[in-house]
Design a protein around this ligand. Structure first.
Ligand SMILES: *Cc1c(COP(=O)(O)O)cnc(C)c1O
Length: 341
């Protein structure tokens, strides 16, 4: 099935809102078309609603055509738009818990049902359950790889299998791809117009505060998402900061390596501690850790001023806390507190 059939018909028929800057293309000396304040600053003009310069830089660096790149206010905007764009009338959105919470939030906020195709207890994909969800008519699947909170990455072969098993739009959320050893599913985009890959500036790129997420998808899906997004969804400072960051790949790479090094060191330190039962291998910038007494460990850390994420109520995550990799001294503090607790 082609992706066009998976997009709500009313959205395909929509004509995108035309901004003042759309009506006139080219360079002018005087802009009196958008009721802006004429006194110049970095932000007195509306931002580029098409994020042309930023998408061009992403296109060059990632090797993805311009019309297959959507830019939004964090991946969260892309997630929300995908829930609204894909025709979910027949059945709900399929997720594979334990996973990132925003897929369910976006579905619920839009009154869309959620089908849970739970992961196996070893955190691997349960293809049978995903096939069953597809058979019920679900047209949208969210997979997170590397997965938050489990830290597991699915192989490209598994993603290819997913595309066959699930007859709808398959979203692979790669928020943590830069920390992973496996390849990005972006390379599979030419093979299927039903595949979407999400990436973000919030993690390895160190820019959670600017709010910028990217969706790589078939041109028809990108066009549909662009029709529904608010015209000025990404501010000028955000677009500029992202372009500047893309041009300092060396520094990003150094930070990425430092985080991965610390992740592996912290894992090795934690497994030695008697309060810890298991440290799960991680392809992200966090560790999922099973404690003998998770609540006790959580409180000991909190009392020492260290906040971690309690995931003990998530499926297959009994007794587990998720610990983000910090600086060397922050990670040492975690070890110190837990060794003494
Ligand atoms: C952190 C995270 C994101 C990032 O969302 P933004 O809105 O881009 O900040 C996306 N997906 C997952 C799975 C995450 O853990």
């Amino acid at each position: 099935m082609g992706v066009n059939k998976l997009i709500k018909p009313y959205i395909q028929a929509l004509v995108p809102y035309s901004t003042a800057r759309d009506e006139f293309t080219g360079e002018a000396e005087v802009y009196l078309d958008a009721n802006e304040n004429p006194f110049a600053s970095n932000v007195n003009r509306y931002p580029d609603p098409h994020h042309k310069a930023l998408r061009t830089e992403l296109s060059t660096q990632r090797g993805v055509p311009l019309d297959q790149i959507f830019v939004g206010s964090g991946s969260d905007e892309a997630i929300e738009l995908l829930v609204r764009v894909v025709d979910t009338a027949a059945a709900g959105v399929t997720i594979a818990p334990p996973t990132y919470g925003m897929y369910k939030v976006a579905a619920r906020n839009n009154n869309v049902a959620v089908i849970e195709a739970a992961l196996n207890p070893d955190f691997s994909l349960n293809m049978e359950r995903i096939r069953e969800a597809s058979d019920t008519g679900s047209k949208l699947l969210f997979i997170c790889s590397p997965n938050n909170p489990t830290g597991t990455q699915y192989t490209l072969e598994e993603v290819r299998t997913l595309v066959e098993a699930f007859q709808g739009v398959i979203v692979v959320d790669e928020a943590y791809i830069d920390f992973a050893t496996g390849e990005s599913a972006v390379t599979l985009l030419p093979g299927s117009d039903r595949l979407v890959v999400l990436q973000t500036f919030s993690k390895a790129w160190g820019m959670a505060g600017i709010r910028l997420g990217v969706a790589y998808a078939a041109p028809a899906l990108v066009a549909a998402m662009n029709k529904l997004k608010l015209p000025y969804n990404v501010s000028t400072p955000t677009q500029q900061a992202a372009i500047a960051r893309l041009c300092e790949a060396g520094r990003v790479e150094e930070e990425r390596q430092a985080i991965v090094r610390e992740r592996d060191r912290l894992a090795a330190e934690l497994v030695k501690l008697p309060c810890i039962e298991h440290v799960f291998p991680s392809e992200g910038n966090f560790l999922l850790v099973r404690f003998k007494e998770a609540q006790r460990a959580f409180l000991a850390l909190r009392d020492a001023g260290v906040i971690v994420r309690d995931r003990s109520n998530e499926l297959h995550c009994t007794g587990c806390l998720r610990i983000t990799i910090g600086t060397v001294s922050e990670n040492n503090r975690v070890v110190g507190v837990l060794a003494g607790s």
